[in-house]
Design a protein around this ligand. Structure first.
Ligand SMILES: *Cc1c(COP(=O)(O)O)cnc(C)c1O
Length: 394
């Protein structure tokens, strides 16, 4: 297919649900991507949060190649070794727990919602937060505290109450007899890189303990080393009752996971929830390779080091450009809030070979691979610098 034919075919045959950039990619390696013209890009937003290991990690490729030549799929009414190993490995990194495997972040949150209702035995209401994002299926959407995603899809499932983020009094006054859980992202990703305050999170944990509520932490975007610890909750010294994972876990392949505290995990029994593809052999082997690579390549340490450097550089830019209002984030999850729309900045960066994202209209989002180097950060910051210098003049 010729280039124009690819665009036309998308227009004619693919539902227009995504706002797309006119880029056609053919190859990726680490933090680099190549488009169909052979132009190279430095990717500071690999896979929309999926690419914690960057593109095409050799260990993930090897795991997948090996497994597809042996057994591609086996359903969940049988056993296979890789699901067992992956579950054990995830629990090793978290807390005594059992896991449920599905295929995406929304699905992981969906089962967390179902779990909570079953656990509640009549209590069903879940408290969530303004500007949160939990996925696009109906219940996950109802949990999502952003009207723009919900418009036109009512009636949404009942049983959700959305309150102000980082406001513990708002949480307290929202709790009723029917409340069963609090669902929260510790760094709101789509919501603009808003970091949960320490005291707020400690209080949430305490409230959940006192009132027998489940604390559900959505780590779909923050998990798997993104913040310099394996999971973001580990920065706060608390443990969730339920954690949901997806994006980076499969190294580019689709997987979602709900991790439930062991004491309550058997709340969902045989036949109460299912996922045909969940936890298949190829994806589980890929995910194991991801967890091992994070450990073997010391990516948590690299994330912490590169985080310091990245935030230092971003602060330099903030001092230089008045359109930068605030820098936020932890680890390699950085938000740069602007006083102008970020779209134009993103487009200009792309022209110069740097891929970044803008969320919540005005927040540039940088989430490079955990293996990013100082040199690559320098290159990205130089591009951003030159783009901002032009933006300032206009
Ligand atoms: C992306 C995301 C989801 C939804 O994940 P999908 O795999 O797209 O369904 C849920 N929660 C958070 C925090 C996310 O960033």
């Amino acid at each position: 297919m010729k280039i124009q034919e690819i665009f036309d075919t998308y227009n004619n045959y693919i539902m227009p649900t995504y706002i797309k950039l006119p880029l056609i990619f053919v190859k990726g390696k680490g933090s680099r991507l190549w488009d169909i013209h052979g132009k190279a890009y430095l990717d500071f937003f690999p896979g929309w949060g999926v690419g914690n290991l960057g593109h095409c990690h050799p260990k993930v490729m090897a795991a997948v190649k090996d497994q597809i030549s042996k057994l591609i799929f086996i359903p969940n009414n049988y056993y296979h070794i890789h699901q067992a190993k992956l579950a054990k490995e995830i629990v090793f990194w978290t807390y005594p727990a059992k896991v449920f495997f599905c295929n995406s972040g929304a699905e992981a949150n969906e089962v967390a919602i179902k779990f909570s209702r079953k656990f509640g035995q009549g209590r069903y209401e879940i408290i969530t937060f303004d500007n949160s994002f939990h996925g696009r299926t109906l219940a996950a959407l109802a949990a999502t505290g952003q009207k723009k995603y919900q418009d036109g899809f009512s009636p949404l499932p009942e049983g959700f109450k959305t309150v102000k983020f980082n406001d513990i009094e708002a949480v307290k006054s929202a709790i009723i007899d029917k409340t069963v859980a609090i669902m929260v992202e510790l760094i709101q990703g789509e919501g603009g890189i808003n970091v949960a305050e320490r005291d707020f999170v400690l209080e949430l944990r305490k409230i959940c303990n006192d009132r027998n509520l489940l604390l559900i932490i959505d780590e779909v975007q923050t998990g798997l080393g993104r913040t310099g610890k394996m999971f973001c909750y580990q920065h706060y010294g608390i443990t969730p009752d339920i954690m949901t994972l997806a994006k980076a876990l499969g190294g580019g392949l689709p997987i979602g996971t709900m991790v439930v505290k062991k004491e309550i995990a058997d709340t969902l029994g045989p036949g109460m929830h299912a996922s045909t593809f969940g936890g298949g052999p190829v994806i589980c082997k890929a995910a194991l390779a991801v967890l091992r690579a994070i450990q073997k390549e010391k990516l948590l340490t690299n994330t912490q080091k590169m985080s310091e450097y990245l935030f230092l550089k971003l602060k330099e830019l903030k001092n230089k450009y008045s359109i930068i209002k605030e820098i936020r984030g932890i680890g390699l999850m950085a938000g740069v809030e602007l006083s102008i729309e970020g779209k134009i900045i993103v487009e200009k960066c792309i022209e110069k070979g740097l891929l970044i994202n803008c969320t919540h209209d005005k927040v540039l989002r940088l989430m490079p691979a955990l293996s990013i180097t100082k040199k690559e950060i320098d290159k990205a910051m130089n591009i951003l610098d030159s783009v901002l210098s032009n933006a300032n003049i206009r």
